[in-house]
Design a protein around this ligand. Structure first.
Ligand code: SAM
Length: 445
């Protein structure tokens, strides 16, 4: 393995990006900001430093364990700059085979940065730590859980849950969560056609491939600068994965219908439903997140969809606000652990928590109940998530079906795999080259 050779600014940019990534999400935005400051962004050094940055994000749980072993303190109580420096330095020492020159830069220059950002004592403490423990540090997992986490770079409880679901396929699935997906966009057919966008993308030097499953979805290899793309700015394409696009196709709202999108932002599916409805009828879109709601408004404005009424309110209040049995279609695209999107959000893995799954499944169930109240007899409701966990998917539906004998699961016969209860469906990253997704279509008898 060749030795890693870094320059001081590259190390500083990494530490700053790691520090900012604690506050700015997605972490890609934090990275961009720090890389710009140190003149790394878009330059020759960018790909290497980016790879190390994502390495740190992926190893975060393991790096924290190393920090605890070395300092004797929980990483979260340390000064954030000191913590970011330790994470960066350990990533380079343990996983990146640094050259002697790089190792030297990890000593005093990093201590200087820490002194500058925190307090000279912290810098001095770091320098001492470097000499005594860091520079020759080797990590050895010391329990079965630690071994699992080291092997899979995922929390051990999570790996166990996936193993319960997939058995022998677990390794393949987890490997697939590391393979970046191509860029995926959906064409707004109210404004243009798939053919025209394919032609345009070819002109831009891309090799677009039209999805066989969601025929208005086009995929191509990145990078792609959306901000500068006229077809994106004019609302002709919307960023969306194939599995997400399929949700609105399954719910199939028609022109003139009344639709409630109970957790709608940032609005990819709201826009899609508006398009399927040919901009006729009404969509009531709820979400609690102001920033994401602003993005929803931008997306529908850009796409010229004008049948959406937005509510910055809890979806569970929707039946009280809109009245019961008023909707022909309800979409419950529930807030979830989002572990089906790990290939797009690598640092999410260490924020997955079993307590959070429990909390989410309660909220998911309550949103589903609210959605059901809104639904007219004969109407249809789609419950979906981008989580792979049974607790957030089949378990929510089983509990719901037990309580409601006027609910019927409409069988989904593909194009993806059957879920773990008959009639439901799952998209799997290792099988379908898209994000992980769960779908259950319910009809009110
Ligand atoms: N449907 C969206 C789309 O296709 O762009 C994605 C929705 S995302 C999976 C889940 C959303 O639920 C988040 O935007 C989150 O802010 C929202 N949310 C969380 N708790 C909520 C609640 N109690 N009521 C309504 N929305 C909620």
């Amino acid at each position: 393995m060749t030795k890693l050779l870094l320059e001081k600014e590259m190390i500083y940019a990494l530490i700053e990006a790691v520090r900012l990534a604690e506050e700015i999400k997605p972490s890609q935005d934090a990275k961009r900001r720090a890389f710009r400051k140190y003149g790394i962004l878009g330059g020759k050094r960018d790909p290497l430093v980016t790879a190390i940055f994502y390495g740190i994000m992926k190893h975060l749980g393991i790096l924290n364990r190393m920090i605890k072993e070395i300092t004797g303190a929980e990483p979260l109580i340390l000064d954030p700059w000191f913590r970011a420096a330790l994470r960066t330095v350990l990533e380079i020492i343990v996983f990146r085979n640094p050259s002697q020159k790089t190792l030297k830069l990890l000593d005093k220059p990093v201590a200087e940065l820490i002194s500058h950002k925190t307090h000279p004592y912290t810098g001095m403490y770091y320098h001492k730590l470097f000499e005594t423990k860091l520079k020759n540090y080797k990590y050895k997992p010391s329990s079965e859980d630690e071994e699992i986490e080291y092997k899979y770079l995922l929390p051990s409880w999570y790996v166990r849950k996936i193993r319960e679901l997939l058995g022998n396929e677990t390794d393949e699935l987890i490997r697939s969560l590391d393979i970046p997906l191509p860029i995926s966009v959906r064409v707004n057919t109210l404004k243009t056609s798939v053919d025209k966008i394919v032609k345009q993308l070819k002109k831009e030097g891309k090799q677009p491939e039209v999805s066989k499953i969601a025929p208005t979805v086009i995929r191509f290899k990145g990078p792609y600068n959306f901000e500068k793309s006229p077809i994106w700015r004019k609302g002709m394409i919307i960023m969306q994965e194939e599995a997400s696009a399929l949700a609105s196709l399954i719910l199939a709202p028609e022109p003139g219908m009344t639709v409630v999108d109970i957790a709608a932002a940032p609005g990819g599916k709201t826009e899609h439903m508006g398009e399927l409805m040919k901009n006729q009828g009404a969509i009531y879109a709820f979400d609690v997140n102001k920033l994401r709601m602003q993005r929803l408004k931008q997306i529908i404005r850009r796409a010229d969809i004008n049948i959406v009424k937005t509510y910055l309110r809890d979806g569970r209040e929707a039946p009280r606000i809109l009245g019961e049995e008023i909707a022909d279609r309800v979409l419950v695209d529930a807030p979830c652990s989002s572990d089906g999107t790990l290939m797009k959000n690598p640092d999410l893995r260490w924020r997955l928590r079993p307590e959070k799954v429990e909390e989410l499944s309660k909220l998911q169930y309550e949103l589903l109940e609210a959605g059901w109240k809104l639904l007219r007899k004969g109407g249809r409701l789609l419950y979906c998530t981008c989580s792979l966990l049974r607790e957030e998917n089949e378990d929510v539906i089983v509990r719901f079906l037990k309580k409601h004998d006027n609910a019927r699961l409409v069988e989904l016969k593909g194009p993806y795999s059957p879920g773990f209860i008959p009639g439901t469906m799952r998209a799997w990253p290792h099988k379908h080259r898209t994000i992980g997704f769960f779908y259950a279509l319910l009809e009110k008898k």
